[in-house]
Design a protein around this ligand. Structure first.
Ligand SMILES: Nc1ncnc2c1ncn2[C@@H]1O[C@H](COP(=O)(O)OP(=O)(O)OP(=O)(O)O)[C@@H](O)[C@H]1O
Length: 483
């Protein structure tokens, strides 16, 4: 069966609906490309037509297209080879056997998903080749601010907004006509409303409801509604602001994420909404969820997932005092896939330095280090950690979640190297022999970065700044300040 989203993918920009301004901006960018030679980022929610617009643009311009995945480390090399300054006359199509003439539009998907996948310097190499490319490049991203600042600064920006129900209806009507399907107007309205914002899923719903070729009625649509999943962000709003414990648990089951990942999402974002005692209660619930997840890992008994879900959703919702309003910029937590080579290297270093197993380093220590040095704050502590573990820039950005090699991270690594050098001069083997020496250093944050000290229960519950985001925290050095 042909997928209608493919069959009816717009082949010209004028068929891209619901984002006229963005569409015009994209056409303008392409027409003037020879003058400005900038790449462009097209960003917006899934299913709003970003990729379709890029392909339609190329077709309107008579350009070939090459689609690459930005999160693939080899991408920078591919662009460099075929679209870099040095190869002005070599085109991608030419190099792969095509006729060679004209421009190639390089479409770089997943531009917001490159950190973590790249080797040291790889992300900045990608930024460089994007900047210098001799062919037009469209980067596609869901979340603009998940892209590194370097990459953002190297490109123009065009936002695709969610496609309103009003703009979805004509697309559905057009498909019905072309498929020879009779329909009740209300049926199309209903599909559009249910899928407000996401044209792709509206087309999918239409296909599911109209498959058998009979006249499409509102009743077909009502029964044909897919059990729609819930995105993570609305889920976070539900748990952290609106829903009762019971409702939040039901919502958790509708999100297409594992309880492991949901726990990370909630833990990352709880401090943005909760404070004081409710935040402490929420973290108790998350700790409970984490215990159940540990049991799942140990026993492979996935039935325990439901207890983790009860805790991470119901427990956290129950921890809330009343309901909350307003808009919150939720952020993506850091995920550590076990196959990630940077993760493995960092974990190995932490394990060797602390004298425990990789599993303990991954599960027990790394999360503490990450929490203490989130986004490289406080800087002193981050420098101390980098010095203590002899982390390079890649490792620092991995642990702190700063995304990729930035000036901030580079500066921290530089200071850490200096610190190591001077410490070695002062008393060789300072950390290796007597760890307590570090702890005596007053504001010596290295002491708190040492895994042993993270287990120290002395902390008196901090000062109400759970993730150290509030200020630039110079002079904060005790673990209790950051937990
Ligand atoms: N604005 C639109 N106009 C017409 N059709 C659209 C539009 N947006 C989406 N579609 C339909 O949805 C399908 C998927 O859209 P597309 O892949 O371009 O979305 P996207 O924004 O790139 O999504 P993702 O971020 O998930 O890649 C298209 O093939 C087309 O059928």
């Amino acid at each position: 069966m042909v997928d209608w989203t493919e069959k009816y993918r717009p082949s010209t920009l004028s068929a891209v609906r619901g984002n006229d301004k963005a569409r015009d901006a994209l056409a303008e960018w392409a027409e003037a490309w020879d003058d400005h030679r900038e790449a462009v980022v097209v960003h917006g929610s899934p299913g709003v037509g970003k990729t379709s617009a890029a392909h339609a643009l190329a077709s309107d311009m008579g350009w070939e297209t090459v689609e690459l995945n930005a999160s693939d480390q080899r991408t920078a090399d591919v662009i460099e080879r075929f679209a870099g300054r040095a190869s002005k006359n070599t085109t991608l199509v030419g190099a792969t056997g095509g006729d060679g003439g004209g421009r190639q539009l390089v479409i770089l998907d997943e531009a917001d998903n490159i950190h973590g996948n790249y080797d040291r310097g790889g992300a900045s190499a990608l930024t460089r080749v994007v900047k210098d490319a001799d062919q037009p490049i469209v980067l596609i991203a869901n979340d603009y601010y998940d892209m590194s600042r370097g990459l953002r600064n190297a490109c123009r920006e065009i936002e695709f907004r969610d496609v309103s129900a009003r703009s979805i209806v004509p697309v559905l009507r057009d498909i019905c006509r072309r498929e020879g399907i009779e329909f009740e107007a209300d049926a199309l309205d209903r599909i559009a409303e249910v899928n407000d914002g996401d044209l792709r899923s509206a087309v999918n719903d239409l296909q599911a409801a109209a498959e058998d070729g009979r006249r499409l009625t509102v009743d077909d649509v009502a029964t044909g509604d897919r059990d729609r999943g819930l995105d993570v962000f609305p889920f976070l709003d539900a748990v952290l602001k609106e829903e009762s414990a019971e409702e939040a648990i039901q919502s958790a089951y509708r999100v297409d994420e594992t309880p492991d990942d949901l726990t990370k999402w909630v833990a990352e974002n709880a401090p943005k909404v909760y404070e004081g005692a409710e935040l402490a209660r929420a973290y108790d619930a998350l700790a409970d969820a984490d215990r159940w997840l540990g049991r799942v890992r140990a026993s492979q008994e996935y039935g325990y997932w439901r207890y983790a879900t009860d805790a991470l959703a119901g427990g956290v919702a129950a921890a809330r005092d009343g309901s909350k309003g307003g808009w919150t910029r939720f952020s993506r937590p850091q995920f550590w896939p076990s196959s990630d080579s940077t993760a493995d290297e960092v974990v190995r270093t932490v394990a060797e330095r602390g004298g425990f197993s990789m599993a303990t380093a991954r599960r027990e220590v790394l999360p503490f280090l990450a929490a203490m040095t989130h986004h490289c704050k406080p800087r002193d502590l981050t420098v101390a950690m980098a010095a203590y573990y002899d982390f390079d820039a890649e490792a620092v950005s991995f642990v702190t979640g700063s995304g990729e090699t930035t000036n901030k991270v580079a500066g921290i690594v530089e200071d850490a190297n200096e610190r190591r050098a001077s410490e070695m001069e002062e008393h060789s083997g300072a950390f290796g022999g007597t760890r307590d020496e570090g702890i005596d250093d007053g504001d010596d944050a290295a002491a708190t970065a040492a895994p042993e000290s993270t287990a120290d229960p002395e902390g008196d519950d901090g000062n109400g700044e759970p993730d150290g985001e509030a200020d630039d925290d110079e002079g904060q050095a005790g673990l209790s300040d950051f937990m």
